[in-house]
Design a binder for this molecule. Structure first.
Ligand code: C5P
Length: 241
């Protein structure tokens, strides 16, 4: 059931626009509970493979009805034709961002971008921003030159942005200053890094040039989530956001 969006209170609008809440749960009920509770601090929710597989495409409209922009993190990687067809479908859902793997190369990313544009146009919507995933934080074997190559591929394919670790933002932005830098692996000081081997604080990520910070367990796993979200926002403000 859609919850009536309320005007967010307690957050900071310019910081809220830069924060995406990772809804890494496998059911619509806890997802919507988190979304409603944390709406004052987050302007976007990230729906990944887990929630999309469990809840299906209708979860996108549920979150839009709850007042969010939707970041669909499906990390597409397949032959260009398949990605174009899938992107056409996803482009008509009303999402604002969709991820695709940069390792799959320019033709696949370009096919995905084209699919998003066509799908959105058919539905009378703005096309979602295609985000190229550069290096997974779990990929410890990625050679040093690969970041630049993947950012170049993203720009060549006309993606709107890329996903990278905070430590890679400066190098990536130097290569593609007009692309949006989306950064996961956010951990305020004192919060365990879990499985994120290249974590950064919100202030470090912002100072490095991150446009959109993806935050999951640092807030969703906190004993007091609202306090954690408010502290994170305060840290962003202190860093100049
Ligand atoms: O809980 P945490 O803040 O570590 O969540 C990180 C989120 O960002 C997860 O949803 C994960 O899938 C995503 N992500 C990531 N590293 C990437 C790309 C996406 O951690 N390179």
């Amino acid at each position: 059931m859609a919850v009536e969006p309320a005007a967010p209170t307690g957050g900071n609008t310019s910081v809220r626009d830069r924060l995406a809440l990772a809804l890494d749960v496998d059911d619509v009920v806890p997802a919507q509970r988190l979304a409603v509770q944390l709406r004052p601090w987050f302007g976007t929710v990230k729906i990944g493979l887990e929630l999309f597989s469990a809840a299906g495409p209708s979860i996108v409209q549920t979150m839009i009805d709850d007042g969010y922009k939707v970041f669909l993190d499906l990390k597409l990687a397949d032959i260009p034709t398949t990605v174009e067809r899938a992107s056409k479908v996803l482009g008509a859902l009303g999402v604002s961002y969709l991820t695709m793997h940069a390792f799959a190369g320019t033709p696949m990313l370009r096919a995905g971008v084209d699919g998003l544009v066509e799908g959105a146009a058919r539905a009378g919507l703005e096309p979602p921003m295609a985000l190229a995933v550069t290096i997974l934080t779990s990929d410890a074997d990625a050679p040093p030159h690969i970041l630049g190559k993947r950012v170049a591929v993203a720009a060549e394919a006309r993606c709107a942005g890329f996903v990278c670790a905070a430590g890679d933002v400066r190098e990536a932005k130097a290569l593609a200053p007009n692309l949006l830098a989306v950064v996961p692996g956010i951990r305020p000081v004192g919060v365990p890094s879990d499985d994120q081997s290249r974590a950064a604080t919100p202030g470090q990520a912002f100072a490095a040039g991150a446009d959109l910070l993806v935050v999951g367990r640092a807030v969703t796993g906190a004993d007091d989530r609202e306090r954690a979200a408010a502290d994170l926002t305060a840290e962003m403000v202190a860093a100049g956001a």
